[in-house]
Design a protein around this ligand. Sequence first.
Ligand code: ADP
Ligand code: MG
Length: 324
Amino acid sequence: MRRLLAAMAASAVLLCGCSPAPKKYSAVYTDVFDTATEFAAYCDSREEFDLYAEALHDELLRLHKIFDIYDEYDGLFNAASLNKTKSGGCPSELIELTKSAVDWYDLSGGKLNIALGSVLSLWHDSRESGIPPAMEDLKPLAEHCDIDDISVEGDIISIKDPQLSLDFGALAKGYAAEKAAELLESVGCADFVLSVGGNVVARGEKPGGSWEIGISSPDGGILTTVKVSDEAVVTSGDYQRYFEYEGVRYHHIIDPQTLMPANLWRSVTVICKSSADADALSTALFCLDEQSGRILAENFGAEALWVSSKGEVIRTEGFEDYEK
Ligand code: ADP
Ligand code: MG
C-alpha cells in the first residue's frame, strides 16, 4: 500500500512537474459498528482517496469483528466468543481495550463498566420490544457485573462468573476510530476527518484552516460548531438510541447504580487528543455529576460540553476556545 502510494505520487510529479491542488473526496460505510461511518479527505486524485478509503474500511471491518458481541467469525476469537466460552486467547486489540476498560471502571467510579453486559443485553431486548425491563428482572442480572471477575494474563482473557458478559459499546468505536486514523496517517493520508457513528477524529486541516465539526442539539439541529485539527470530538446522548414507553424516554446509557438510563444529561460532548479517551470519557461523563465530570475531564486534558436534562448548556472554559 505504502509503496503503491509512493509510486502514484512520483508518477504525478513526472507527468506534470507539479502537484495539483488537493480536492475533497468522501465516502460513507454502513456495515461497521452498526452505525454510519463517514470519511472525508483532501487528496490529489480520486485514485489516491480510494486507496485510503479501502484501507480504512478494511481496518474498521477487522476491528468491528473483534469487538462484535453478537456474531462470531471463522478463524477469529472475538468478544462474542469470549462471552460464550468465558476464556480464550484474544487478539491484541481485545486485550488492549479490555485492560483500558478495567482502568476506566476505576477512573469513572464504577460508572463505565464493560462487565455490565447481561444488564445491557436486557435493555437491548427492551429497545427492540419497546417495553422497559422490570426491576425484578434487572436486579438478578446486576449480581453478575463484577469487574473483578475479569482477568487478563498475556493474551488470555478469563471471566470467572459464568453469567457475566462483556459489552464494549461504550469504548469500541472511539478506539477503532483512533486505530483507523493511525493507519491512515501511516499510509500518507494527512488531512482527513473520520466519523464512526459520531466518534469524530480530525487530522491535519482543510484548505483555509481547521476542520469544522457540528455538534447536534438533543432536540435536533446544530447546537454549536467546533474547529479542530488534531483532536477527537465525541458525543454521548439520549437522542439517537432510545424508545418511548408511556411518555417516558428510555435510552441506551445505563447507570450501573440505578440499572436505569442515566438521567442527569441529554448529551455530553468531549474534545481531546485521543478518540479512545474521548469515547470513554463521553460515556463516563454522561453518568457522572458535573463536578466529578469536570475533574475527570481535566485529568485527561479534555474539554467538555453538557446539555442538562432541563436543556441548560454547560461548558468547560477551554471548550469555548474551539467554538470561535
Ligand atoms: P454510542 O454507542 O451511542 O456512541 P456511547 O459511547 O456512550 O454511545 O456508548 C453507549 C453504549 O455503551 C451502549 O449502547 C452500551 O452498549 C454501552 N453502555 C451503556 N451504559 C454503559 C455503562 N454504564 N458502562 C459501560 N457500557 C455501557
Ligand atoms: Mg462512549
